[in-house]
Design a binder for this molecule. Structure first.
Ligand code: ATP
Ligand code: MG
Length: 419
């Protein structure tokens, strides 16, 4: 066993906090303390002082045995990746991935045939980056088999072992490299690693678009997203993962990131992607966009940012606040708005709660309009007047009066041509 590394009081405290979690204690208890350790992102982020999201466990127990014990302890257990030794244990709205220690016997550039082991050092060797191979046991002891602690402290992302070999085992690691660097990196990655990535980049063709989407969406919201994309560009990775007609608009992306920071906006991978590439149809296939995302994209293709408060209100009335905010944020990034301009547009959007136009065809018919196209025409005209009036009157009675006036007007005057 390697000696326990010296930890700073802050590091120790953050690691202890992981163990104070009752659900975590329950997993340790179910598997028995000696058989399990926390590993991966949770330990890494505790050392880095970054927020911890998921907590992953490694265990010496074979998957079937781990499942049996977790079930007996009251967890619901899902064999999500059991052929690789991974299961999910869930209880009280919490879920933990529990993976049996393993080594990769055979790899094909993405998938591995694995053999289970009880050797912690061997399990560490099969992981991707040194900072991802830190283990925390139930007593609070940190186990560092690959000198990951020093790298984590320096925010240095380093492949475990020979980078070229590790990439050839699983080309997804190229994207994981940029994603983790974008989140946790500091200095420019070393030249040799970048050269290796460049040399191996063609292998990315084997990676499914779903996995590319998963990595890119997470990368785009990271603090160093812009620099990471520049590095991906330099190494030829961008050309292999982004559509050919992507605009590569680093300026717009930088501008969006600056706005997000200045206005405390939640980074939005979708908007960042559209800022960087332009609202291209090709994004659909490249990033497996969902129906909902395509709706956002198509709106952004056609929409022009309005010039004034009234214009934003119209947009909110017609399309809702979410799409209006998308347009404001994207236009701000692409047209280089200052923070105050964007803040102003977002305030116009947020402060406006449009009254609804409440009338239906039945109302027009009740007022004597013959069923048929005239009903829709009368309603549309009444709604236009309502909008021109500054979304007034808001109440049904008032709107009926408006409709009555419209009907009276069309009965006496010749029909106006509509734009
Ligand atoms: P986060 O959950 O914050 O994205 P993580 O480090 O926990 O980060 P996961 O994808 O949850 O990442 O994987 C857990 C751990 O499993 C990693 O830290 C790493 O040790 C190992 N791992 C995951 N994917 C790979 C891979 N493709 N190659 C090698 N090791 C991997
Ligand atoms: Mg994780």
């Amino acid at each position: 066993m390697p000696p326990e590394p010296d930890l700073t009081p802050e590091e120790r405290e953050r690691l202890s906090a992981l163990l104070a979690d009752e659900a975590v204690r329950a997993v340790f208890a179910a598997l028995e303390e000696d058989n399990a350790r926390i590993v991966g992102g949770a330990v890494r982020n505790a050392i880095l002082g970054e927020p911890v999201a998921d907590i992953d466990f490694a265990t010496t127990l074979p998957p079937e045995e781990a499942m049996k014990r977790l079930r007996a302890a009251g967890f619901s257990v899902h064999p999500v990746g059991i052929e690789h030794g991974s299961i999910i244990a869930a209880a009280d709205g919490r879920a933990f991935e529990v993976t049996t220690l393993r080594r990769d016997v055979k790899t094909d550039g993405r998938h591995a045939i694995v053999a289970f082991t009880t050797d912690w050092a061997e399990d560490a060797q099969r992981r991707d980056f040194t900072m991802n191979a830190l283990y925390l046991d139930a007593t609070g002891r940190l186990h560092d088999h690959v000198r990951g602690l020093a790298d984590a402290r320096a925010r240095r992302l380093r492949f475990i072992g020979d980078a070229a070999r590790r990439i050839r085992e699983d080309y997804l690691r190229i994207l994981r490299f940029f994603r983790f660097w974008a989140h946790y990196g500091q200095e420019r990655p070393d030249a040799a690693t970048l050269a290796t990535i460049r040399a191996e980049s063609e292998g990315l063709r084997r990676i499914s678009k779903e996995r590319i989407r998963q990595e890119v969406t997470r990368l785009l919201v990271a603090p160093r997203a812009v620099e990471a994309l520049r590095l991906m560009d330099e190494t030829g990775v961008l050309a292999l993962t982004f559509p050919a007609d992507c605009a590569h608009d680093f300026t717009a992306l930088e501008s969006m990131a600056a706005h997000d920071a200045a206005l405390a906006l939640e980074p939005d991978w979708f908007l960042r992607l559209v800022a960087f590439c332009g609202p291209r149809e090709s994004l659909r296939d490249a990033f497996r966009l969902t129906r909902e995302e395509m709706k956002r994209l198509r709106f952004l293709v056609d929409a022009k940012p309005p010039k004034d408060e009234k214009g934003w209100q119209h947009l909110v009335y017609r399309h809702g606040k979410a799409l209006a905010r998308d347009l404001a944020r994207l236009a701000a990034a692409r047209d280089g708005w200052g923070n105050d301009t964007l803040r102003g547009a977002l305030a116009h959007i947020d402060n406006f709660n449009p009254p609804r136009f409440l009338l239906t065809g039945g109302d027009a018919v009740a007022l004597g309009v013959p069923p048929g196209p005239a009903v829709g025409a009368a309603l549309r005209t009444a709604e236009e007047r309502f909008i021109e009036n500054g979304f007034s009157p808001a109440d049904r009675e008032g709107q009926l009066a408006l409709l009555r006036a419209v009907i009276a007007g069309t009965a006496t005057s010749s029909p106006r041509s509509r734009p």
